[in-house]
Write a protein that binds this ligand. Structure first.
Ligand code: FE2
Length: 144
């Protein structure tokens, strides 16, 4: 996996760095390549994997938008619910369809680390990336 990290906001792009960060607007010079970012998080806190790896569910019939074609991506962090406290929380959850970034949901300690993405055009694979303020980046993928 070829991975570029935005040093400003933690957003990840696959394959190539963008002209500007689609999440925070920082320019290309702020992107640094780190293909091992997910392995590094895993190495640093192996026992934390169960709290950080996103649980991803794909639902093909959307209850909220029945009048249009909509694929729901239900996400919770993680199998054991990650804490959401001032000193330790999930900062954002980013969603990608076939490696193309489509959405970010920013979180605060006043929310649970659980979100839904409503996708207009499904692809083959959805990737969910989350950033914990203490334990870094984690990813999970599911077939759409
Ligand atoms: Fe954490």
């Amino acid at each position: 996996m070829v991975i570029f990290l935005c040093k400003v906001c933690g957003h990840i792009e696959f394959q190539a760095p963008p002209e500007t960060c689609p999440a925070c607007g920082a320019d290309r010079s702020n992107f640094k390549q780190n293909d091992n970012i997910f392995e590094e998080s895993m190495e640093k806190s192996k026992e934390g994997a169960v709290k950080h790896i996103p649980s991803v569910q794909v639902v093909h019939k959307c209850g909220l938008i029945p009048e249009e074609s909509c694929t729901d991506i239900l996400v919770r962090i993680g199998e054991t619910l990650h804490p959401m406290e001032e000193k330790h929380f999930i900062q954002f959850i980013d969603c990608y369809v076939d490696d193309k970034y489509v959405s970010r949901i920013q979180l605060t300690p006043d929310t649970w680390a659980s979100v839904v993405f409503h996708i207009k055009n499904p692809g083959k694979v959805v990737s969910i990336v989350e950033q914990c303020n203490l334990h870094g980046h984690w990813i999970a993928q599911a077939e759409m």
